[in-house]
Design a protein around this ligand. Structure first.
Ligand code: ADP
Ligand code: MG
Length: 683
């Protein structure tokens, strides 16, 4: 390949070395072992290979835009061939009346068929019919400049022809190749580019994915080892705060799952090593009380504790909830958010610095540089996927020793994803809802059924319940969404007679005080209906609310719908979730809605979500850079993930620093991967 095309390859695809080229894997293969008859083309034909005589070769167009057109005939019919680029050059290299073998994508124009820019070669004694031909990812620009798929296949083929097995040294230890029946590395590269059969291709891919996932599992495993030796504060007493609360103030019996999780936290924090724990529990499973009791544990051991929420509303709500208990117990707690300013802020900052304030609830304002704790022992992070990795890391710097970290998430993370993303954290699961909850009834209703829906809501409210009406406003700045929210609010006011029913509204454009007042009215039961955007998505807790009406439900993702639905069904009453859509719904949206209607199991929904969307979109993982695999897909390759996790565990147990000669290959791979990933930043 000449220097010009070489430069283009580097610019367009980042390919500048032989290794890069080897790693530029085909994403599919054409079966070119068959030759088709032209008459066998149907509108369904995608690609085809034909042999025939080339006739009627002619340049068309004017001097600015020319194209070359020709016809291929076999004994069954005619097929048009066309070139838009390099027409005159092409014309010179082709001969009318000769026989050619032609391959390409067949376009159908009302029953007349055409291939543009076919792969074409004269048919003579030396022509051999190719077998499986790799298809490589490329770009429009490369194609325009004449770097065709065939060019890729050619240069890769000539590279492979020159390479000996010793040029691609093995990276995985022999014992793993044997145990898991994996192709040697050389063979994997050979068969991923030019597979002898589908079976060979699959084995080649399996080997490459295996290597990829093993390295990521090893990275995670190493981090886990490091975290385990990271020194931390030792909470060795369970004192008056915790016990008092448990005996006198706890308004219900803890579920067994809550007890188990608290035990895990107590054990973790008593070891003298830093705790890094992910607490996973479906919406409404009662994570908040676990947070509070963990904070009391820190308090009993003479430490400060903070809880950080993703929104003001949530922080506010935790603050109100915690204050109720802590006031009775005489323990001070303050709220620190962006809107706490002036004297009040100063006083809180001073009290945190000198240690007189043991507890603080806040938003990301808590990780600002001005916030200094005297001795932060525990940081609880609620609904963590809203926080960037960097923010989580920042909390660490506030102490001589890092605080214990408890990350709580209400978005159930499928096991495969948890293993990959949070493999460095210990995981606790609350897999049990508090007793007496009834399954939320979920239905799908269309616009034309709106009157009935409103009637139903009124009836619920007349029974003393409250209701949410949620509008999509994914980007708070989107004007159209904002307008439809306002229009919706007016609508709701009409449906619900204002003299009889009171309506509150919260959204991101409101001034904070106004939002707070509206929220409080609903929390206190003064407002019957809460019109809101997704600002109420996470964590809001109003047990008396029994109806969740979601407008334009087709626009929400599954996990978001699940979060929203979780705002009801928090009390003892039967609750309902109504998914409103337009009269026409796309298939994809309908799929999501049907999943919601059919199950309330958060884990199931999360699995479905992962399957529908792929992991890249979920939970802001894209930015974390932890899920970028060349080939592996953690949903589809869950079995390989499991194998590699096990293998990584065994490797690290036997050789934690990977110094054994058998592990030199994987050590090298890890070093290489470590250079361009962000593992270090993930606490
Ligand atoms: P989430 O896990 O979604 O944050 P919360 O902590 O907000 O859930 O709890 C949901 C509701 O369940 C709250 O009203 C809380 O008081 C209540 N709750 C929590 N634990 C129990 C329990 N063991 N028994 C009864 N109710 C509980
Ligand atoms: Mg919560």
């Amino acid at each position: 390949m000449g220097p010009q095309k070489g430069t283009l390859l580097r610019q367009e695809l980042g390919i500048s070395t032989y290794e890069d080229l080897l790693y530029h894997f085909p994403f599919r293969y054409f079966d070119r072992s068959q030759v088709n008859k032209i008459a066998s083309i149907t509108p369904q034909t995608e690609y085809g290979q034909f042999i025939g005589k080339l006739i009627n070769l002619a340049e068309e167009g004017d001097k600015f835009r020319t194209r070359l057109v020709g016809t291929l005939v076999d004994e069954t019919g005619k097929l048009e061939l066309v070139w838009f680029q390099g027409a005159s050059w092409m014309k010179k290299s082709l001969l009318e009346g000769e026989r050619y073998i032609v391959f390409g994508k067949v376009a159908n124009f009302n029953g007349y068929y055409q291939i543009s820019h076919p792969e074409i070669e004269p048919l003579n004694a030396e022509t051999n019919i190719p077998g499986r031909q790799p298809v490589y990812p490329s770009t429009e620009k490369l194609r325009q400049k004449g770097v065709t798929n065939r060019s890729f296949a050619k240069i890769t083929q000539s590279l492979m022809d020159r390479l000996r097995p010793s040029d691609i040294p093995e990276t995985l230890p022999k014992y793993l190749l044997e145990k898991y029946g994996l192709y040697p590395r050389y063979m994997a590269f050979a068969h991923i580019h030019f597979p002898e059969s589908e079976f060979h291709e699959q084995q080649a891919r399996r080997r490459m994915k295996w290597e990829e996932l093993l390295i990521s599992q090893l990275q995670i495993g190493k981090l886990r080892l490091q975290n385990h030796v990271q020194q931390g504060w030792k909470f060795d007493v369970v004192g008056d705060g915790f016990n008092d609360f448990y005996k006198k103030h706890l308004p219900f019996n803890l579920t067994n799952a809550q007890k188990r999780v608290l035990r895990e936290i107590r054990q973790d924090t008593a070891t003298g090593k830093q705790m890094n724990r992910l607490l996973q529990g479906d919406v409404g499973s009662g994570k908040t009380i676990v947070a509070l009791m963990s904070m009391l544990l820190a308090y009993d051991n003479g430490f400060q504790a903070c809880i950080m929420a993703p929104t003001e509303i949530l922080a506010q709500q935790h603050y109100l909830g915690f204050t109720k208990f802590l006031e009775e117990m005489g323990i001070p707690i303050k709220l620190l958010t962006g809107s706490v300013k002036g004297k009040e802020r100063k006083a809180i900052l001073a009290a945190l610095a000198d240690g007189t304030l043991p507890f603080v609830v806040g938003t990301h304002a808590l990780v600002e540089d001005t916030v200094v704790f005297k001795n932060l022992g525990l940081a609880v992070i609620d609904e963590q996927h809203r926080f960037g990795v960097q923010q989580r890391a920042n909390l660490w710097k506030k102490n001589t020793l890092p605080p214990h970290v408890l990350v709580m998430t209400a978005t159930p993370i499928p096991r495969t994803l948890a293993m990959t993303m949070y493999g460095d954290l210990e995981v606790s699961v609350i897999d049990e809802l508090p007793p007496g909850r009834q399954e939320i009834k979920t239905v799908h209703r269309k616009d034309m059924g709106r009157a009935k829906v409103m009637e139903f809501m009124r009836a619920e409210i007349d029974k003393g319940r409250q209701a949410y009406v949620v509008y999509p406003l994914i980007e708070e700045s989107e004007k159209l969404d904002y307008e439809s929210l306002m229009a919706g609010y007016e609508q709701v006011k009409i449906w619900f007679n204002e003299n009889k029913y009171r309506i509150a509204m919260v959204h991101g454009r409101q001034e904070v005080g106004e939002r707070k007042r509206n929220m409080e009215r609903f929390v206190k039961g003064e407002a019957h209906v809460m019109v809101a955007t997704t600002v109420i998505e996470v964590g809001v807790n109003v047990p008396n609310a029994s109806v969740m009406l979601i407008e334009s439900a087709e626009r929400f993702g599954l996990s978001q719908l699940h979060q929203l639905r979780g705002r009801v069904g928090r009390g003892a009453e039967q609750s309902y979730c109504i998914l409103m859509t337009g009269n026409k719904v796309s298939n994809d949206s309908l799929k999501r809605i049907n999943i919601m209607v059919s199950t309330t199991d958060g884990f199931k929904i999360a699995e479905e979500d992962l399957a529908l969307r792929g992991p890249g979109d979920l939970y802001g993982t894209r930015q974390s850079g932890t899920l970028k695999f060349r080939l592996a897909d953690i949903v589809e390759d869950a079995d390989i993930l499991e194998e590699t996790r096990q293998a990584a565990k065994e490797i690290l147990a036997a050789d934690p620093r990977l110094v054994q000669p058998a592990h030199s290959g994987i050590r090298m791979l890890m070093k290489k991967q470590g250079q361009d990933s962000h593992w270090g930043k993930i606490s």
